[in-house]
Design a binder for this molecule. Structure first.
Ligand SMILES: [Zn+2]
Length: 472
C-alpha cells in the first residue's frame, strides 16, 4: 500500500515538474576551455573509427576471446606463483604477435602466500562444516587447529568497549553491516590485529560483499606491529547470519579452525609495453590493469578485464596506424592483490621520471558497460577530461566522477599529484564475485568488453595526442 502511494506521488511530481535533467560536469563547474574545446571536438571522427573497429569491426569479440583463452589456459595467477610468471610470458608473446616489440619487464620482490588446507567446523551447538577462505598473509593454526568459543562483534567501537577478559581465548567473528566496500573492508584488513590486541586466538570476518550464494570472499589483511599474529579467515554471509542467530538466542557456538598456510618471497615482474609517441615520446599516457589474481576463481573480472582492455589499447592503435604525439604505455602490474606490490616498485623505480607521466589510467573495478571515468586531478584537468568524455555520448560513457583516489595501484601515483583516472562502469554486481570462486568468464559480457576496449583506447589516444598536457 505504502509503495503504491509513493509510486503515485513520484509519477505526479514527474508530471508536474518534469524529469530533472542531470547536469554534466562542464555545466556544473562552468569549464571554459576556449579553443581547446574545438580541438577536442575535432577528434569525433577518430573516436567513431576506434568504436567501429572495436565494437562492430575486426576487433569485435576479440577482447572477450583473448581473455577467455588466457584465463582458461592459466586459471588463477597468485602472486609469487610460477603460473603468474608463465602468464606474463604469454602476454608478452601475444603482444609481439601484434608486431609491438617495445616491451620491458622490471623485476619486483613479491610475497608468495599459499593457503594450503583450510577447514572450519562448528562443533557446538551442532556439527556443521563452515565454508571459509583464509585471508592473505594469514599465519597457519597449530597442527591440531584452534578450538574456541565465538564472540560476535558488529564494529570496532563495540570491540573497544568489551572487556579484555570477555574476548581472551575466543575466536572473534566480525559481522559488520555491508555499506560500501571502501567503508566495510577495514574489518577484513585490520580485524585480526585488533582482535589479537584484545587477546583473541583467531578472527573471522563476514565476507565483504552485499550478496552471496554461500561463497566466502578472500582478500588481503595486514598484521600490525607488536601484536600476536593470529590466523584469520572469511566466512559466508549465510554462516555469519546463522552464528549470529544462534548466539542471539543465548547459545554458545564452538568452532574448530584449521589452516596450513605458508609464506616466502619470490621474484615477479611488472610488464611495460610502449607505443612510442611521434613528437614527445618521453611524455606518457599510461593504461593499466593487474595481471595477478587471487588463488580462487580465475581472475577473469579481477582483473583480467582491466588487463585485456589495457592490452588492447596499443594493439588497436597500432593496427589502425594511429600514433599519438605522446607515448601510450600499457602496464600489467604484478602482485596487486597482496598489497599493490608491483605498483609500489614501479613508483620507486620511476620516481625521478614520474614527471613524465601526463596521465595515468587503471581499470580494476570491473569491465562492465563503461559509463565514463573517475578522475583525480585539479579542476582544469577534470574540465579537459570532461570535454573529451563528451565524445562518448553514443556509447553512454560521458560521465565524469570526481575521485581523489581512483583505481588501486595508481593511487600511489595520483596521490603525488599526477592526474589519473579509473574506468567508471556499470559495476553494481562487482562485489558479488570479487575474490571468490565465482570470478570466472561467466561474469563478463562480450559486448560490454568491446565497449570498454573502444572507450579505453580512444580516451588514451586523445589524451596522448592533444596539444596541451593535462595540468597538475
Ligand atoms: Zn583487482
Amino acid at each position: 500500500m505504502i509503495l503504491i502511494l509513493i509510486t503515485n506521488l513520484l509519477i505526479l511530481s514527474a508530471v508536474v515538474y518534469g524529469a530533472p535533467k542531470k547536469k554534466t560536469y562542464s555545466e556544473l563547474k562552468s569549464c571554459d576551455l576556449g579553443n581547446l574545446a574545438e580541438e577536442i571536438a575535432s577528434y569525433d571522427t577518430v573516436v567513431k573509427d576506434i568504436i567501429d573497429y572495436a565494437v562492430t569491426g575486426p576487433f569485435k569479440g576479440k577482447t572477450y576471446d583473448e581473455l577467455a583463452k588466457f584465463v582458461d589456459k592459466f586459471g588463477a595467477r597468485p602472486s609469487g606463483s610460477q603460473v603468474l610468471e608463465d602468464s606474463i610470458d604469454y602476454m608478452i608473446e601475444l603482444t609481439r604477435e601484434e608486431d609491438i616489440n617495445d616491451i620491458v619487464t622490471e623485476e619486483v620482490k613479491v610475497p608468495h602466500w599459499s593457503r594450503g588446507e583450510e577447514k572450519l567446523t562448528m562443533l557446538e551447538p551442532r556439527v556443521k562444516n563452515i565454508a571459509i577462505l583464509g585471508l592473505g598473509m594469514s599465519v597457519p593454526t597449530p597442527p591440531e587447529g584452534i578450538t574456541a568459543e565465538v564472540i560476535i562483534i558488529r564494529n570496532f567501537t563495540e570491540l573497544e568497549n568489551i572487556e579484555e577478559d570477555t574476548i581472551k581465548g575466543k575466536i572473534v567473528l566480525y559481522d559488520p553491516v555491508f555499506t560500501t566496500y571502501g567503508k566495510t573492508v577495514k574489518y577484513r584488513s585490520q580485524g585480526a590485529t585488533k582482535a589479537a590486541a584484545k587477546g583473541a586466538v583467531a578472527s573471522l570476518v563476514r565476507s565483504i560483499a552485499p550478496f552471496s550464494i554461500n561463497s566466502p570472499h578472500t582478500g588481503m589483511q595486514t598484521y600490525g606491529k607488536n601484536v600476536t599474529k593470529i590466523p584469520t579467515a572469511a566466512i559466508t554471509l549465510e554462516d555469519a547470519d546463522l552464528i549470529r542467530r544462534i548466539i542471539t538466542r543465548g547459545e554458545k557456538v564452538i568452532l574448530k579452525l584449521e589452516m596450513t598456510s605458508t609464506y616466502d618471497d619470490k621474484i615477479s615482474r611488472n610488464t611495460i609495453i610502449d607505443l612510442k609517441g611521434r613528437d614527445r615520446p618521453d611524455s606518457l599516457v599510461i593504461v593499466s590493469g593487474h595481471i595477478d589474481s587471487w588463488d580462487v576463481g580465475q581472475g577473469a573480472m579481477d582483473d583480467g578485464g582491466g588487463l585485456f582492455i589495457s592490452w588492447a589499447a596499443p594493439v588497436i592503435l597500432k593496427r589502425l596506424s594511429l600514433r599519438p604525439k605522446r607515448t601510450i604505455r600499457s602496464i600489467f602490474w604484478t602482485a596487486e592483490e597482496l598489497g599493490l606490490v608491483g605498483a609500489k616498485a614501479y613508483e620507486e623505480q620511476h620516481r625521478n621520471d614520474s614527471y613524465n607521466i601526463n596521465f595515468i589510467m587503471e581499470s580494476d573495478e570491473g569491465t562492465f558497460a563503461p559509463l565514463g571515468l573517475a578522475v583525480a586531478g585539479n579542476q582544469e584537468a577534470r574540465c579537459i577530461i570532461a570535454e573529451i568524455l563528451k565524445l562518448f555520448e553514443s556509447i553512454s560513457a560521458s560521465t565524469l566522477i570526481e575521485d581523489d583516489s581512483p583505481g588501486s595501484d595508481i593511487t600511489l601515483i595520483t596521490s603525488i599529484g599526477v592526474p589519473g583516472a579509473s574506468l567508471y562502469n556499470e559495476n553494481s554486481e562487482y562485489f558479488w564475485y570479487h575474490h571468490t570462486e565465482g570470478d570466472t568468464m561467466n561474469v563478463l559480457d562480450e559486448h560490454e568488453l568491446d565497449l570498454g576496449t573502444a572507450f579505453w583506447t580512444a580516451v588514451a589516444y586523445i589524451i596522448a595526442d592533444i596539444s596541451v598536457d593535462i595540468p597538475r
